[in-house]
Design a protein around this ligand. Structure first.
Ligand code: SAH
Length: 272
């Protein structure tokens, strides 16, 4: 047991940390290896890495891409690994007018934009759950947003210098942290028309990705707190696939590393 977990009776329960793709985990597994060693359990064709990262007991794994993959992985984290809470880190397309490549979005609410059982149920409503929006845990979202703000305050200038070519906007402006609606669907959104359609239906959407709201639904159903942090890799338009690929290779890991380091160092299992 370490000092960050002594205060709680749930000390033994780990935090589930998820990303879709390996680049999105940053240095998490390497830090775990150095700090506590890693125990890896393979289950449902996924590797679950157990150990301590920046003082917090964690189970770290890759969901892979899409809502089914994310839901299945969240379910395993809850039922096989008995996680205390789940945090998802990764990249997303910017949908909000003021959301730019290099910014960070912390989800306060998540919605599945491709769910449509009209006319039986209102657009986006999950049948039989009577809701379309799932809230992230407020305390986790607050802690993630604070970690993002500190990361940018402390490393934003260095990010700007390192990634000048890929993120020209950062040369003049530091990345912004946004909080609000993150939407998920089984589509890589890559056209101005598609973004326009999403904005018309969901004017408060900040970012689009492929996993977050599926995890939020599973966590809602099992009363497990969750939160989602997404760095904006593209603006979901015709340049999205090029922007996404170069961001993923060069930059996504730096953001996840910097954000999760600060978040995990202060993580306390939630009082429930
Ligand atoms: N495995 C492939 C495809 C990744 S799909 C590859 O490596 O190239 C894109 C991933 O990034 C998903 O996990 C999704 O959550 C996120 N993402 C980033 N930009 C997105 C966008 N414009 N639309 C949907 N998802 C996006």
């Amino acid at each position: 047991m370490n000092s960050s977990t002594q205060a709680s009776s749930t000390a033994a329960r780990p935090l589930g940390v998820l990303a879709a793709l390996p680049q999105e985990l940053g240095d998490l597994i390497a830090v775990m290896q150095a700090e506590s060693g890693v125990v890896t359990r393979t289950f449902g064709r996924r590797d679950y890495h157990l150990g301590t990262v920046h003082g917090a007991p964690c189970v770290v794994t890759l969901a892979r891409v899409g809502k089914v993959a994310a839901a299945a992985t969240a379910s395993a984290l809850i039922h096989v690994f008995d996680v205390d809470a789940i945090v998802f880190t990764g990249v997303a397309g910017g949908v909000g007018e003021s959301v730019h490549v290099g910014d960070v979005v912390v989800g306060e609410t998540l919605l599945q934009h491709d769910m449509n059982a009209e006319p039986l149920f209102p657009r986006h409503e999950i049948p039989l759950l009577a809701r379309s929006r799932f809230d992230a845990d407020h305390a986790l979202a607050d802690a993630l947003a604070a970690a993002c703000e500190r990361f940018i305050a402390e490393e934003g200038l260095e990010l700007a210098a390192r990634f000048k070519a890929a993120l020209p906007r950062l040369a003049t402006e530091l990345p912004q942290v946004h909080r609000g609606l993150v939407i998920s669907g089984d589509q890589f959104v890559a056209s101005a028309a598609a973004v326009g359609a999403l904005r018309a239906l969901l004017p408060d959407a900040l970012a689009v990705e492929m996993e977050g709201a599926a995890i939020a639904q599973v966590c809602h159903e099992y009363d497990v707190p969750c939160a989602v942090v997404r760095t904006i890799s593209d603006t979901a338009d015709e340049h999205a696939s090029t922007s996404f690929s170069s961001f993923l290779t060069d930059i996504a890991g730096t953001y996840s590393t910097g954000i999760l380091k600060r978040f995990l160092a202060g993580y306390r299992p939630l009082a429930r």
